[in-house]
Design a protein around this ligand. Sequence first.
Ligand SMILES: *[C@@H]1O[C@H](CO)[C@@H](O)[C@H](O)[C@H]1NC(C)=O
Ligand SMILES: *[C@@H]1O[C@H](CO)[C@@H](O)[C@H](O)[C@H]1NC(C)=O
Ligand SMILES: *[C@@H]1O[C@H](CO)[C@@H](O)[C@H](O)[C@H]1NC(C)=O
Ligand SMILES: *[C@@H]1O[C@H](CO)[C@@H](O)[C@H](O)[C@H]1NC(C)=O
Ligand SMILES: *[C@@H]1O[C@H](CO)[C@@H](O)[C@H](O)[C@H]1NC(C)=O
Ligand SMILES: *[C@@H]1O[C@H](CO)[C@@H](O)[C@H](O)[C@H]1NC(C)=O
Length: 256
Amino acid sequence: MRSISLFLAGLMASIAFAAPAPGIFNNAYKRSNRMEEYYSRVSKHIHDSKRTGSASSTCDTSSISLPAYASSLPSPSGQTLAYVTVGVGTQNYTCANSSASATPEAIGALAGLFNATCIAADYPEIIDLLPNIVYDMDVSANATSLSMLPPANLLLLGYQYFSDLTTPVFDLDTEDQNDGIAYTKKNDTLDAPSDAIQGAYGAVQWLYLTTTNETVGKYSSIYRVMTAGGDAPTTCEGMPDSFTVPYAANYYIYET
Ligand SMILES: *[C@@H]1O[C@H](CO)[C@@H](O)[C@H](O)[C@H]1NC(C)=O
Ligand SMILES: *[C@@H]1O[C@H](CO)[C@@H](O)[C@H](O)[C@H]1NC(C)=O
Ligand SMILES: *[C@@H]1O[C@H](CO)[C@@H](O)[C@H](O)[C@H]1NC(C)=O
Ligand SMILES: *[C@@H]1O[C@H](CO)[C@@H](O)[C@H](O)[C@H]1NC(C)=O
Ligand SMILES: *[C@@H]1O[C@H](CO)[C@@H](O)[C@H](O)[C@H]1NC(C)=O
Ligand SMILES: *[C@@H]1O[C@H](CO)[C@@H](O)[C@H](O)[C@H]1NC(C)=O
């Protein structure tokens, strides 16, 4: 229950911050349309729950479902949702040379994963907006050093990186809790919808990842959805030997 009240405290604090604030909020306020939509939905939600007196923060994970657009990926039926996290960080690429005949190669990624489970359960109209908001905050390079992610003060749940070129790892063993490690393989992909935030080179694909037998814990599959940015340019023309592209996404982590 502690994190629910923290989350609510965060929401209230972020509403109180509805004027330009220093530091981390600056970049977000520069691109204020998405932030305005976010705050307007948050405000409406709080207004509605005050008006009806409903206890809206029950964090019932059984009410959570993937975004409708993900229905082209295999269904999670038979699995149980463990967490919804918003991930923010970089996708990393290399280029053999800087000519148009070379194509960027994906060599991994590094992201912080923040616990958005109760937002997905209690604020379904907000969860899909989070990656866009977080993307706009320009924290990708520092995401793994944040213990809490504004604007809703989400707590760090773990890290996403690669153990080799084809193995995305979701490491949920942090200083505070040991929640296991999911080693995964790509099972299916889906191009991001056309209204996704493109960033410099486009939004990375949505993914269905299934866990391998190295996994510690009951994790069975992970969906990467609502991607913002992260894709590479189509050729290496003018690109350095290695580069990173900021991205954000929601990850739905299922277990058996
Ligand atoms: C994630 O957040 C949910 C809801 O606040 C909470 O029940 C759960 O314990 C959190 N998980 C971790 C590992 O912090
Ligand atoms: C750049 O790399 C591509 C792919 O490896 C190669 O086909 C091409 O010949 C290289 N061009 C130059 C100028 O080195
Ligand atoms: C990816 O880039 C980040 C910097 O954002 C770096 O810390 C990380 O080590 C890189 N990972 C790989 C596999 O290149
Ligand atoms: C991000 O981290 C780098 C290296 O640790 C630091 O120099 C930079 O000031 C940080 N940026 C922000 C916005 O915190
Ligand atoms: C992909 O996922 C489906 C459905 O979860 C599963 O039946 C299949 O074995 C998986 N394939 C691979 C290659 O992991
Ligand atoms: C895990 O899978 C790999 C490759 O499929 C196999 O070689 C290995 O024996 C398996 N390990 C365990 C502990 O099942």
